[in-house]
Each structure stands twice: as structure tokens, then as C-alpha cells.
Design a protein around this ligand. Structure first.
Ligand code: BES
Ligand code: ZN
Length: 629
């Protein structure tokens, strides 16, 4: 079916069976499946900072076995029942980093394909569990109640409950939580009785999409099928930020793919320490409060998380080695949504921003690029998917799909493939090889064009993609132009105050400011230019564009710090340091400390020590690695 080169390549890489086995789970998930809902129950104890819970799986055996092996990580296992009877023949094996401790449960007898069994496992979290962050009430915005939230992707669900913690194993769920405060889980709310909050998730989901949050949470509508949730004092700002775009994103996505299957789409805006921009927990996206900038400039993050309702949540990567299938597709859909609403130049502009992010992030990897900048990852040595996380699956993945779109004849031709792909794999998990099978089968007539794609480089070679795409630069040209003007002014010793003014940037939207600032940083790549050797220019710029220092938009403010701090304008070292205490999103926190560390090691450590207790456990661990602590 494929051309010769691709066939040979796939024959050499493709495992005997698709989807490929997930190397990031210790469980024997491949021996079982579930069709009837599993039941998940949690109880939140804010005093002890512990979540006790139980999961009940109605398993059907698909391969003969005498054991069930589940994932766990720093959990206390309180009981195990098989078909309603307590079993004591289970072992929690010693930890193997970073995957955790397998729970081996011996079954009373060997079970054969087709056999059914009910497995119930009780557990209690400990303070080492990486899925949870408890926040004291003094550290919340409203200071009225403590707060709890989870973040399970990639492999942290196992530190919330005993599970088959692999994106390859899906189950529908009934869920409930008891808590003294309003609570949300990743399903449709089905009722509250006193302290008990109930949810239903009829669509099969992997463990990493299980989520819980509890605290002083209220809600407001942001569309006919959408609400925003947050602490009460932020509700109006959150509603204003999202209500304009939510339903139009939904309708645009539905036109591009097919109707939204999850019923309701809500968003929860979390406390500052939430470590990501957004997390696509089904029915209720979790989001960073840095989105709330007052100017709706960050709503693209909601378009992204919404797009995951199809790419990721219906159609799922079978392991984190194929993570690009989740994120590359999602970035592709997110940009198609933006393009449909604001026009193609906006889609291309966003792709330009992404391309420059990709260049920066591959460069920042240094030697790590050999292993971390390939599209398909290799995690078979048991390495941590959090370590492999980068812009690469997002932007290389997007660019591969964009390239395919061009090669088959443009977006109108590619459009027909979108619903086909999502219908073919919905409720399933797949690997890259299945994606290629489906692509080639669908575009059988365009086989020759598809064969022009250098698949080996795209999928397995490190570094930038083998093709530099031609994006429409109309929106970016002004940004490039202004950056060039700075370069020329420096080179010709022009007077900065006469050449530049605050007006230069007033008409830029946030994304244009991002591109302008990124381009300024890129000037450092020119042989004959370093901002650090042109401090007078940098200082003049700092005065002329001082509005950047007050930007409410974290994407803009962060890049402003990057320009000034890479140029060693010391005035900004403490501003960056202090700012790192106000954001928890790893996208900013990690490179922020790395940057500060490069110019002033002592100061970076001092700030990290000052703020580390407020960071999410995953974030704290990653920054420690980054700083070599
Ligand atoms: N699913 C991701 C977040 C994630 C990835 C969490 C891997 C844990 C492990 C989410 O959809 C995402 O990509 N968020 C981005 C925002 C986006 C607009 C690119 C983020 O957090 O920056
Ligand atoms: Zn995503």
C-alpha cells in the first residue's frame, strides 16, 4: 500500500501488533477490556490532605491470565476485592522509578478469554502523590476555603487511584466525591446531595483524563452548553474572558469534524499554581488563571482544549511515544478553528509563532535534542514521559499535518479526511502506524504525492522538520520590520529616541507582540549582533516600550523578560524573579528559571527557594532538574 521507502521504514519500526504496547505502564492492561462503566469514589479530607477512594472495574478477560496487575505510585492500598470477596493475595511491588509500584493481584484461578470479573481496589493518597495539589486557604484568592486539584496526564493517575494507567485502556465511568466544598470531576454533573457530588462519564476514557477539583468554586454561563467555574471573586472576569468565543469555537469545530459528543463543555479556572495552560479533562477543561487577561487574547488555549474533545479524548494516542497524535492534531484543529473564524492569515500567523517556538525549544535542548526532538519518541527504556514533554509533538506534529494537507491538494481536499479519521478511531487508542495506514487508504489516489513525504525524517530524525513550510507572513511582516529597524538603528548608531516611539507597538495585538519580541531575541543569532553588547539600545527600548512591563498578558510579559534578561539588562533580573512567584504554569516557570540561572545562578536559586513551596509538585520537580538541584 505504501511506497517502497515508507514500506521498508515501517517494516523496520512497526511492532508485530498495533497498537503498540505502552512502555509507561506496569499494568497488564492488554489482558482485559471493559465495556460497562467502572465506578470511581473519592473522599477529600482537607485536614489530613488525603484523598481516600475506591475504583471498581468490571473486567472482561481477553488473554488467559491468573493475575491482574495495576499501576500505583505512592498510594496506600487499603483493600482488594475480587467478585465481592476480599483477597489478601496481593502485593505492592517495590518502586521502580519513574513508573511507580505495580500491584500484583493473584486471581483465585486462571481465567480464560471471555470470563468476567469484578475488581475493587481501595486506596489512600499520601503526601508524595504527584497527581494532587492541596492549597491552604490562605494561599487561595478568596482565602475562604482550601483547594484541591488533580493533574493526571501523563502518568500521575496512578498516584490518585489504582488503575491501568495507560492511554491504551479506556472505560466509561460513574464518579462521585464527598467533600466539604463544591467539587468537580471529569464527567457530566448528575446531582449533588449535601456533601456528595455525582458525575457520569458515558464515553470511554483513559485514566489520565480522570480529574477532580474541590474548593470555593462557583459558576457562570459562557454559552448555551458551557459554564466557567472559578473562585467567586473572579467569576465576572472569567465569564467576560470566555463568553464571546466559547459557542462559536464549538460550532466551528463541529463543522470541521463532527458534532461534539460530550454534551456539556465547561472550563474551570484554577489557582495560579496550576502547572499547565490548560488540561483537556473531559467535560471540564482545567485552565491557568493567566488566561484571564481582560482582552480575550488567550482564548486560543480554550480552542485548543476544546479540540482535544476529538483529538485525544475520543481518539487517543496508545502510548506517550505517539503523543504527537494527541497534540499535533490538536494544534492543527485549533488553528483550523482560528482560521475559520478570523481568516487564513490568522491561522498562518499562529503557525509562524509555533515555528519560532519550535526553533527555540530545540535549540534549548542542546544535546538532549538527539533524543527529545524526534516526533515519535522512544520511552522503552522506562524513561519519564514528563521528561520528553516539549514543543516538538505540538509543532512538529502540526507541521507534518500541515505538510500532508498541502501535499494532498490543500485544505479543501484534506478536509474530507478529518471526520473520516476521527470516526475510524473514536473510543479507541492508536499508534503512528495506524494513522499512516488510514491516511494512505483514504488518499489512495494521491499515493504518489504522499510518497514524496520524507517520512523517515519527519517521524524519526531529530531537529527541525525536513521541510520549511511557506506560511502567509502578512500579519508577521510588521513585526519582522520593526525588529529589523532596531537592528539597523543599532548598526548605524541612530538615535533611538528619535527613531522609535511607543506608537510602534500600540496597534500590535498580543500575538504580534509575541512575534516581535521573539524576533528581537533571534537577532542574537546573527554573527554580528548581541543584545548584551548593545546595552544602551536595550535600555532605550526598555523606556520606549515600557508598557510591555505592565502587560497583563503572560505570553507577552514573559518574552519581554526574555529580551531584557538575555541582553543582561540587570534591572530585569529581580522583576523576572518576583514574577516567577506569581505564575505556576510550567511553560513560563521552567524557562524563566533557566534564563535567570544562565545570567545569575545565585539569584535563580534564591528565588526558587523563596517560591518552591507554592509550586505544584510536578513543576517543582522539573525546575529542580533544570537547575541541577
Ligand atoms: N494536554 C496538554 C497538557 C499536558 C500535556 C499535560 C502533557 C500533561 C502532560 C494540554 O492540552 C496542552 O497542550 N496545554 C498547553 C496549551 C496549548 C494552547 C498549547 C499548555 O498547557 O501550554
Ligand atoms: Zn494539548
Amino acid at each position: 500500500m505504501f511506497g517502497e521507502r515508507l514500506s521498508a521504514l515501517i517494516a523496520s519500526k512497526r511492532p508485530a501488533q498495533s497498537p503498540e504496547v505502552d512502555p509507561s505502564t506496569l499494568s497488564n492492561y492488554f489482558n482485559f477490556k471493559v465495556d460497562t462503566p467502572s465506578d470511581l469514589r473519592f473522599d477529600v479530607n482537607f485536614d489530613k490532605k488525603v484523598v481516600t477512594g475506591s475504583v471498581t472495574y468490571n473486567l472482561e478477560v481477553v488473554n488467559e491470565t491468573s493475575q491482574v496487575v495495576l499501576d500505583s505510585s505512592f498510594l496506600d492500598i487499603t483493600f482488594v476485592k475480587v467478585d465481592g470477596t476480599s483477597v489478601t493475595s496481593f502485593k505492592v511491588l517495590p518502586r521502580s522509578e519513574p513508573l511507580g509500584s505495580a500491584i500484583e493481584i493473584e486471581l483465585p484461578s486462571k481465567v480464560s478469554p471471555g470470563a468476567k470479573l469484578t475488581l475493587e481496589v481501595g486506596s489512600s493518597t499520601t503526601d508524595k502523590c504527584t497527581a494532587l495539589q492541596f492549597i491552604d486557604k490562605e494561599a487561595t484568592d478568596g482565602k475562604k476555603a482550601p483547594y484541591l486539584f488533580s493533574q493526571c496526564q501523563a502518568i500521575h493517575a496512578r498516584s490518585l487511584f489504582a488503575c491501568f494507567d495507560t492511554p491504551a485502556f479506556k472505560s466509561p465511568y460513574t464518579m462521585q466525591v464527598t467533600s466539604p466544598y463544591p467539587s468537580l470531576m471529569s464527567g457530566r454533573p448528575t446531582g449533588t446531595e449535601g456533601n456528595l457530588y455525582k458525575f457520569n462519564q458515558p464515553i470511554p476514557i483513559p485514566a489520565y483524563l480522570v480529574a477532580i477539583a474541590s474548593g470555593d468554586i462557583t459558576s457562570a454561563p459562557i454559552g448555551p452548553r458551557s459554564h466557567v467555574y472559578c473562585e467567586p471573586q473572579n467569576i465576572n472576569a472569567c465569564q467576560h474572558e470566555f463568553e464571546h468565543d466559547m459557542e462559536s469555537f464549538l460550532q466551528t469545530a463541529e463543522k470541521l469534524i463532527f458534532p461534539y459528543e460530550w454534551d456539556q463543555y465547561d472550563a474551570l479556572v484554577l489557582p495560579a499554581s496550576f502547572p499547565y495552560g490548560g488540561m483537556e479533562n473531559p467535560n471540564v477543561t482545567f485552565a491557568t488563571p493567566t488566561l484571564i487577561s481582560g482582552d480575550r487574547a488567550n482564548v486560543d488555549v480554550l480552542a485548543h482544549e476544546l479540540a482535544h474533545s476529538w483529538s485525544g479524548n475520543l481518539v487517543t494516542n496508545c502510548s506517550w511515544e505517539h503523543f504527537w497524535l494527541n497534540e499535533g492534531w490538536t494544534v492543527y484543529l485549533e488553528r483550523r478553528i482560528q482560521g475559520a473564524i478570523h481568516g487564513e492569515p490568522t491561522r498562518h500567523f499562529s503557525a509562524i509563532v509555533g515555528w519560532s517556538d519550535l526553533e527555540h525549544s530545540i535549540k534549548a535542548m542542546g544535546d538532549g535534542a538527539t533524543r527529545y526532538s524526534t516526533l515519535v519518541q522512544n520511552l522503552k527504556d522506562g524513561s519519564d514521559p514528563d521528561d520528553a514533554f516539549s514543543t516538538v509533538p505540538y509543532e512538529k506534529g502540526f507541521n507534518l499535518l500541515f505538510h500532508i494537507e498541502q501535499v494532498v491538494g490543500g485544505k479543501e481536499v484534506f478536509d474530507a479526511f478529518i471526520p473520516h479519521y476521527f470516526n475510524t478511531f473514536k473510543y479507541k487508542s492508536l499508534d503512528t502506524y495506524q494513522f499512516l495506514d488510514t491516511l494512505y487508504a483514504f488518499f489512495a489516489k494521491q499515493k504518489e504525492q504522499l510518497d514524496t513525504i520524507d517520512w523517515e525524517s519527519w517521524l524519526y530524525k531529530p531537529g527541525m522538520p525536513p521541510i520549511t513550510p511557506k506560511f502567509d507572513t502578512s500579519l508577521a511582516d510588521q513585526c519582522y520590520g520593526l525588529a529589523d529597524k532596531w537592528y539597523n538603528a543599532v548598526k548605524s548608531n541612530a538615535s533611538f529616541n528619535e527613531t522609535f516611539s511607543a506608537n510602534d507597538i500600540v496597534d500590535f495585538n498580543s500575538n504580534q507582540s509575541v512575534v516581535f519580541l521573539d524576533t528581537l531575541v533571534s537577532l542574537n543569532k546573527r554573527e554580528d549582533f548581541k543584545w548584551s553588547e548593545n546595552q544602551d539600545a536595550l535600555k532605550a527600548m526598555s523606556e520606549i516600550y515600557k508598557s510591555y512591563s505592565e502587560s497583563q498578558n503572560a505570553e507577552v510579559l514573559f518574552r519581554w523578560f526574555v529580551v531584557q534578561v538575555t541582553g543582561q539588562n540587570t534591572v530585569y533580573y529581580d522583576q523576572l524573579g518576583e514574577w516567577l512567584g506569581t505564575v505556576g504554569r510550567m511553560k513560563f516557570v521552567r524557562p524563566g528559571y533557566v534564563l535567570l540561572n544562565k545570567v545569575d545562578h545565585e539569584r535563580a536559586i534564591t528565588y526558587f527557594r523563596k517560591f518552591e513551596s507554592s509550586y505544584h509538585p510536578i513543576c517543582k520537580a522539573m525546575v529542580k532538574k533544570d537547575l541541577g538541584l
